[in-house]
Structure formats: structure tokens, C-alpha cells
Design a binder for this molecule. Structure first.
Ligand SMILES: *Cc1c(COP(=O)(O)O)cnc(C)c1O
Length: 363
């Protein structure tokens, strides 16, 4: 070879393609393709962010101490068992980097978040993809795929892009039946939206086991996706290992301060959750009434399934909606070519989507 070559696995990765965010020639665009909150962040988070502008010359405090303490207080957790990151994407990649090597296997489900195969393969690992049942993570399928080479199991709970979740009992059964050397990563990016009695984000499992870690984000209900802040809670030995390879200034001061202010604004987050509850139910009902199948979701988005007849497909719907400025997420690279993912929007956007879909199906 006469030029630098990436390590094995890297060129096998299909580059991550974000959803589109534009509709050429349309005056008003409603971006409902990235699971961002339609309400924006707390005004207190914006103010805290602005207040940092006077001292951009200073490096951030390297361990995100003030943010870890605020999270610890908010959730009743030991701050020493928390690591913050530039979005949970960074944390997922750090976990893969810490625990996976060439030839190791990482288990994930069909239609899972695409960061898992990317982080796996970037470290020379092998992605083992197991089937789901009715778009729900199947614990038995995961357990059946475990081999002596398995190092990580990635579970998004709730899962994106399906919106389904694994009940706490099932998650516990998964952990209990994994060999103790296998790390169970629970990605709970949408946990704040879930209102189900049989759901738990992962805190209890992390607190009571040595092979579970939970990742969280400020990108979704907190509305701070642009700032890139996430955190994870894990056993002490994992925190120690990951901190050894974490970049020393991986979370910026404005991001930390905005996240702290948002955590403190519990009324605002409660309102964001109430908005989502109301409109998630409304969208699910109204779209189902049009004769389109909607996978029941507990997150801030719904998966809409389209028929495969010419003129009525997901592609046709996508084009029809885009012309009206309504941007949904096409899911071909998630192996869901006949579905679109719709993020819960403002009341105005939600009503426009349902009206446009009604026109599209000719109901
Ligand atoms: C949005 C999302 C995240 C959050 O990513 P950030 O890097 O924190 O913005 C993590 N996991 C899943 C499944 C997501 O959909």
C-alpha cells in the first residue's frame, strides 16, 4: 500500500446520513425529522448559555464537575459514577473504544440507532444484528446471539426509530442472563418522555450490577441538541476505565451551564412532557384513523407505515409532505423503506401533518 490505510472495518461502515432538513422552494418548513423538541430549550438555559460569553478564553473544568453534581442531586446519584460527554454519541463511542477490539462482537437489534454499528465497526468489532418482535426488542433473540466473543449489548430504551420499549422486568431478565463480562449499554435518550409504570430508565440496574451502563442526553426533552451534552451513569470500574481515554475538555462551559439551568427548570420540562403526551396520543389516533399503521410509541416520535402500491408508498408520502414544507425522516438505512418517522411537533405542525396525510391517502 502506498498511502495511509484506515484500520480494518472503517471502510465497511456506511457513513451516517442525517435526515433532510430543507424543502426547496417552500416558504415555511416544519422539521419533524430529528426528534428535536418543538418547544425549544428552557429560557433559563438560554440565559445561562449567554452568560458564558464573557469568558470564552477559558478552558472548561475538565471533569464536568458542576454538571455531574447537578445531575447527582437531581437523580439521587453519586457524581463520581457519572461521566459527561459531547452528546451521548461521544459516550457511546467511548464505550465501544474502551471495551471493543478487533474480532469482538457487539449485539444490537434490527432497526436500531445507527451509532451502534458505527461505533462497533470503528473499533474493529463485529455488529451482530438480531431480529425484533413487532418492532420491540426481543430479549431472547439477544441472549441467543451471545458467544464467547460478545463484549457489548446495545439497547436503546425506548428505541429510535421504532418508539417501542422494553419493560423493566425484561431488561432485568436480559442483564441476569448475560455472562458477567458482557457490558449492557442502556441508551435512554428518550426516557423523560416515557409514562409507563413498567418502565425504568436503567438507574436501578446500574446501581445493583457491575455490567450495566445507562446513557442519557440533553438533546431531546431538554432541547439542547446544538450544544452536545450527554451523560452516563455506570459502575466505578467502568467510569475509571472510560475516564482514562476521554478527552480532557470534552464538554464546553456554555453547554454545562445551559444543561444545569435546564435541569433546575423542572416546570419547563414537565410542560414539554405534557405537550408530548397530548400530541403523541393525538397523532397516533388521527393517523391510525386514516388507515395507516402506526407503531405504538412511548417517545416523542411515531413510526408510520405505508402500503407498497404505486402512488401510496412511503417515498410518495415523503415527496407529497416535503412539497408542503413537512419534513419527516425516511428510514431506508434503518431497513424500514416502507415507513416514515414523524417527530411530535407544535400543535400547528401536528395538525398540518395530519391534514396533509389525509389529503395524501384520499380519506
Ligand atoms: C437522539 C439520540 C441520542 C442522543 O444523541 P446525542 O449525541 O446526545 O445528541 C442517543 N441515542 C438515541 C437512540 C437517540 O435517538
Amino acid at each position: 500500500m502506498s498511502r495511509p490505510m484506515p484500520r480494518p472495518g472503517v471502510l465497511d461502515i456506511a457513513p451516517y446520513v442525517p435526515g433532510k432538513s430543507e424543502a426547496p422552494g417552500v416558504a415555511k418548513v416544519y422539521k419533524l425529522s430529528a426528534n428535536e423538541t418543538p418547544l425549544g430549550p428552557s429560557p433559563k438555559a438560554i440565559a445561562a448559555y449567554r452568560d458564558c460569553a464573557a469568558h470564552l478564553e477559558d478552558y472548561p473544568e475538565g471533569s464536568s464537575r458542576v454538571l455531574r453534581e447537578a445531575i447527582g442531586k437531581g437523580f439521587g446519584l453519586d457524581p463520581d459514577r457519572i461521566i459527561c460527554g459531547a452528546g451521548s454519541d461521544e459516550l457511546l463511542n467511548l464505550l465501544a473504544h474502551t471495551y471493543l477490539g478487533p474480532g469482538d462482537e457487539a449485539i444490537m437489534t434490527d432497526h436500531c440507532f445507527l451509532v451502534y454499528p458505527i461505533a462497533t465497526m470503528a473499533n474493529g468489532g463485529k455488529s451482530i444484528v438480531v431480529p425484533v418482535k413487532d418492532f420491540v426488542t426481543d430479549v431472547d433473540a439477544i441472549l441467543a446471539a451471545v458467544t464467547p466473543r460478545t463484549k457489548i449489548v446495545w439497547v436503546a430504551n425506548p428505541n429510535n426509530p421504532t418508539g417501542t420499549y422494553v419493560p423493566f422486568d425484561e431488561l432485568k431478565r436480559l442483564q441476569r442472563n448475560l455472562p458477567p463480562h458482557v457490558l449492557l449499554v442502556i441508551d435512554a435518550a428518550y426516557s423523560e418522555y416515557v409514562s409507563r409504570n413498567d418502565y425504568e430508565a436503567g438507574i436501578e440496574l446500574v446501581a445493583t450490577t457491575e455490567n450495566t451502563v445507562m446513557c442519557r442526553t440533553f438533546s431531546k426533552i431538554h432541547g439542547l441538541a446544538s450544544l452536545r451534552v450527554g451523560w452516563m451513569y455506570g459502575p466505578g470500574h467502568l467510569i475509571d476505565a472510560v475516564n482514562r481515554i476521554r478527552g480532557p475538555f470534552n464538554v464546553s462551559t456554555p453547554a454545562m451551564q445551559a444543561a444545569i439551568a435546564s435541569l433546575a427548570d423542572t416546570d419547563y420540562i414537565a410542560r414539554a412532557r405534557a405537550h408530548n403526551d397530548q400530541w403523541l396520543n393525538w397523532l397516533t389516533e388521527e393517523i391510525s384513523k386514516l388507515g395507516l399503521k402506526v407503531t405504538p410509541s412511548v417517545a416523542n416520535f411515531v413510526l408510520i407505515h405505508f402500503p407498497q402500491e404505486k402512488g401510496r408508498t412511503a417515498d410518495d408520502a415523503d415527496a407529497f409532505l416535503t412539497k408542503r414544507g413537512l419534513i419527516l425522516r425516511a428510514l431506508k438505512n434503518y431497513k424500514l423503506p416502507h415507513a416514515l418517522r414523524l417527530t411530535v411537533g407544535t400543535e400547528e405542525a401536528n395538525r398540518l401533518v395530519v391534514a396533509a396525510l389525509r389529503e395524501f391517502v384520499g380519506a
